[in-house]
Write a protein of this length. Structure first.
Lengths: 241, 253
C-alpha cells in the first residue's frame, strides 16, 4: 500500500457570481433573484500514488492547481470528489513559519509552531536551544520575534520545520532559505530529510532541483494532469513547450 | 490526546498576548474589571444603589455583571474572529479548526476565574461575605464557556463569508448588554420589559452567578435549567454547523 494515494481527485470552488462580500448585498441580490453560483474547477480527475522513499515533483505554471493539490495532500482542503488518502504523519513545509507571532519570543514561537505540526511539546522544549543554534539565532531565542531580521525569522522557521522528519513531506519551494552560506546548509539538510525514506511531494519551479531530487514528475495544466512519468521525460517535455 | 498540548499553548498565548507589551502584563486581567466597574459605579450608584432589595450591595452586584458580561462579549467576538485570524495556519497545516474558537472560550473562562479575585475583594469591602454556595460559580463559568464556544463556532463561519457580520454582531452584543441586568436591578423595569429581559439567557447566567457568589440576586431552579439548556444547545448547534459548513468555507480562506 502506497503512503499517498490520490484517486480521481477533483476540486471545484463555488463562487457567487456577483461577488457578494456582505450579508447586506447578498440579501439584496436574493431579493432581486440575482444570485448565481459559478463553479471554478481547480483540479480535475487527478490520480497518483507515492510510496515511502519516493520523491515526486509537481510542476506547472502558476494557477495550474499545484498549491490546491498540496492543500488537499496536507488534509487542509477536502476534495469535492475522489479520495485523498495519506497515511502517517505529515510535515507540511509550505510557507514556513505559519503561525509565528511577532510578540512571542523565538523559543515560544518554535514551541508553538512545532506543536501545530503535530509534534510532542515536551520533546520540542528540549530541542529548542539546538534549533536556535542551528539557525544561528541562539542569542535571540528569548527576545520577541519582532526584534529579529526577516532573514533570521526565515532561518528559525526552516530550522524548526526540518528538525524532525515525518512519514510524508510536502515541500512548496522551500528547498533552501537565507544567505549564501545558509542556503548551502539548508539545501543539504533538505536533501538529507528527503533521503530519509519519507514519501515526498515537491512543488517547484526550479527544474535543476526537480531533476536532482525527484524520480517521478507530474505536470499539471489548468487543473488536469497533462503528463506524468519519469522526471527526465516530463521535465524535458515541460521545458520544450 | 495530542491536541491538548496545542490547546494549552493557545490558551496561554491568548492570556498573555493581549498585555504583552504592558508593564504589569497579566495584572491587567485583575485591574480591568475593577477599573470598569469603578467608573460605572461612580456614574450609576446614585441612581440604582437604593433600588436593590435589602441585603444586596450595588458595588459587587455591578462588578459581577461586568465580569460575566465581558467574558461573554469579548469571548464571543474573539472566538468568532479566531478562525479568520488564523487562516494562515489553517490553510497550510492540518489542525482541527474547532480548536481555535474553543481555546478562546477556555482562555475567557480562565480570565473569568481570575476576575473572581477582585470581585471577592469588592464583596468584602462592601461589608458582605462570600456565600457558601460560591463553588457553584464554576458551573456558571463552565456553561458560559460552552455558550461562547458554541456561538463562536457558528459565527466564525459567517465571519469568513461576510465582511459585515462583525458589525452586526457588535451591535447585537450591545443591545444584548442593555437587555441584561448588568448595571441596573431588574425591578426598575416595567413588567413588559422585565419579561423581555428574562427571556435573555444571559439574565439567568447572571442571576445564578450573583446568587451563588454572594447572594446578590435570586436564582430559581428555572434559571439553572435555562442556563444549562442554552449552554448545551449552543455547543451542540455550533459543532454541528461547523462540521457541516467547514469544508465549503475553508476553500474561501
Amino acid at each position: 500500500m502506497a503512503t499517498i494515494e490520490i484517486t480521481n481527485v477533483s476540486l471545484t470552488y463555488r463562487v457567487l457570481k456577483n461577488k457578494t462580500g456582505s450579508l447586506k448585498e447578498l440579501f439584496r441580490d436574493v431579493l432581486h433573484r440575482k444570485v448565481r453560483v459559478q463553479n471554478y474547477v481547480a483540479l480535475k480527475d487527478v490520480s497518483f500514488t507515492v510510496d515511502s522513499g519516493e520523491v515526486i515533483a509537481i510542476i506547472g505554471k502558476n494557477g495550474a492547481g499545484k498549491s490546491t493539490l498540496l492543500k488537499i495532500l496536507a488534509q487542509v482542503l477536502p476534495p469535492t470528489t475522489g479520495k485523498a488518502k495519506v497515511s502517517g504523519s505529515i510535515a507540511p513545509m509550505i510557507e514556513l513559519g505559519a503561525g509565528f507571532h511577532s510578540e512571542m519570543t523565538g523559543a515560544e514561537n518554535v514551541l508553538f509552531y512545532s506543536t501545530l505540526m503535530g509534534r510532542d511539546m515536551n520533546r520540542t522544549k528540549s530541542r529548542t536551544q539546538a534549533i536556535g543554534e542551528w539557525a544561528g539565532v541562539s542569542d535571540h531565542m528569548d527576545f520577541p520575534l519582532r526584534t529579529f531580521s526577516s532573514g533570521m525569522v526565515a532561518r528559525l522557521a526552516f530550522a524548526a520545520a526540518t528538525d524532525e522528519t515525518a512519514d510524508v513531506l510536502l515541500i512548496d519551494e522551500v528547498l533552501s532559505v537565507g544567505d549564501a552560506d545558509f542556503q548551502l546548509k539548508s539545501s543539504a539538510r533538505m536533501a538529507e530529510l528527503i533521503s530519509k525514506g519519507a514519501a515526498v511531494v515537491l512543488v517547484s519551479h526550479d527544474m535543476t532541483a526537480v531533476r536532482k531530487l525527484a524520480q517521478k514528475a507530474i505536470w499539471l495544466e489548468n487543473g488536469v494532469v497533462k503528463m506524468s512519468g519519469p522526471t527526465e521525460q516530463v521535465v524535458a517535455a515541460y521545458e520544450k513547450q | 490526546m495530542k491536541h491538548l498540548q496545542l490547546i494549552r499553548l493557545l490558551v496561554g498565548r491568548e492570556l498573555t498576548l493581549r498585555y504583552k507589551r504592558s508593564v504589569i502584563g497579566i495584572g491587567w486581567t485583575l485591574l480591568n474589571p475593577m477599573l470598569t466597574s469603578f467608573v460605572l459605579w461612580v456614574v450609576f450608584s446614585f441612581v440604582f444603589a437604593g433600588k436593590l432589595p435589602d441585603g444586596q450591595q450595588y458595588a459587587p452586584y455591578l462588578m459581577a455583571g461586568i465580569v460575566l458580561n465581558s467574558f461573554f462579549n469579548q469571548g464571543l467576538m474573539i472566538s468568532a474572529e479566531s478562525i479568520a485570524s488564523n487562516s494562515g495556519v489553517l490553510t497550510k497545516i492540518y489542525v482541527p479548526p474547532q480548536i481555535f474558537p474553543i481555546s478562546v472560550a477556555l482562555a475567557g473562562l480562565v480570565n473569568f476565574f481570575i476576575g473572581l479575585i477582585p470581585l471577592a475583594i469588592v464583596v468584602y469591602i462592601s461589608g458582605q461575605s462570600l456565600a457558601l454556595t460560591f463553588p457553584l460559580v464554576i458551573i456558571v463559568g463552565f456553561f458560559l464557556a460552552l455558550l461562547v464556544a458554541g456561538l463562536g463556532l457558528s459565527l466564525s463561519l459567517l465571519f469568513i463569508r461576510f465582511d459585515d457580520t462583525k458589525n452586526i454582531v457588535g451591535v447585537t452584543l450591545l443591545i444584548l448588554t442593555y437587555l441584561t441586568p448588568v448595571f441596573y436591578p431588574i425591578s426598575v423595569l416595567s413588567d413588559r420589559m422585565q419579561n423581555i429581559v428574562k427571556l435573555n439567557p444571559l439574565t439567568s447566567y447572571l442571576d445564578c452567578f450573583r446568587w451563588a457568589f454572594s447572594n446578590n440576586s435570586v436564582a430559581t431552579l428555572n434559571d439553572w435549567l435555562y442556563m444549562g439548556a442554552t449552554g448545551i444547545f449552543a455547543i451542540l448547534f455550533g459543532t454541528y454547523m461547523f462540521r457541516k459548513f467547514w469544508p465549503r468555507t475553508v476553500a474561501m480562506l
